[in-house]
Design a protein around this ligand. Structure first.
Ligand SMILES: [Zn+2]
Length: 172
């Protein structure tokens, strides 16, 4: 006798998440169903999906098309290119708030190309804001290497100085 469809669908939804296997999916599903916090979690997911958009300048999660940081930092130098939200938060905390978030790295295997990283928009921003100093703060690894190379090739005809540092280096 199979378990009811709502349970199976919840387990399948967790199982489909990256890095979550079937056992963890079942454990998470039971937590969401049984724990008093389950309602708050469901509400938080619904609210985040309904209200969050990507800022059309830096691609941070935001409530409007132009986030508060970009509204204040337009045209500042340098522009930091970062891959992940956590890296972005850390740099912002260090006063390096003028950023462009990729949310991922180029990965042909995973089907992630330049459009998914909004790289055409990065080029447009560098040109439109006359960015002269671009700092790529990316993790180590093949995908980061390919991403950095793509950005450098993409901007080869633009008058911008591009430097690269690994994300764990700390402050630039
Ligand atoms: Zn922004």
């Amino acid at each position: 006798m199979a378990l009811p469809a709502p349970y199976q669908q919840l387990v399948q939804a967790f199982d489909a998440l990256p890095g979550v296997g079937p056992r963890a999916a079942a454990r998470l599903a039971r937590y969401v169903i049984d724990d008093p916090q389950g309602d708050a979690l469901a509400a938080a997911i619904t609210r985040a999906r309904a209200e969050l958009v990507l800022c059309q300048h830096c691609y941070r999660y935001a409530l409007t098309d132009t986030c508060d940081i970009c509204a204040a930092a337009h045209g500042q130098q340098p522009l930091f290119v970062v891959a992940g939200v956590e890296d972005s938060e850390r740099l912002t905390g260090q006063g390096m708030s003028n950023q462009f978030l990729l949310h991922a790295l180029l990965s042909p295997v995973a089907g992630i190309g330049p459009a998914q990283l909004h790289l055409p928009q990065l080029r447009a921003r560098v040109v439109n804001e006359a960015i002269s100093d671009l700092k790529l703060v990316l993790p180590a690894g093949v995908e980061a290497e390919a991403t950095a190379q793509f950005i450098m090739d993409m901007l080869a005809d633009v008058d911008v100085s591009i430097s690269r540092q690994e994300v764990n280096d700390g402050a630039p």
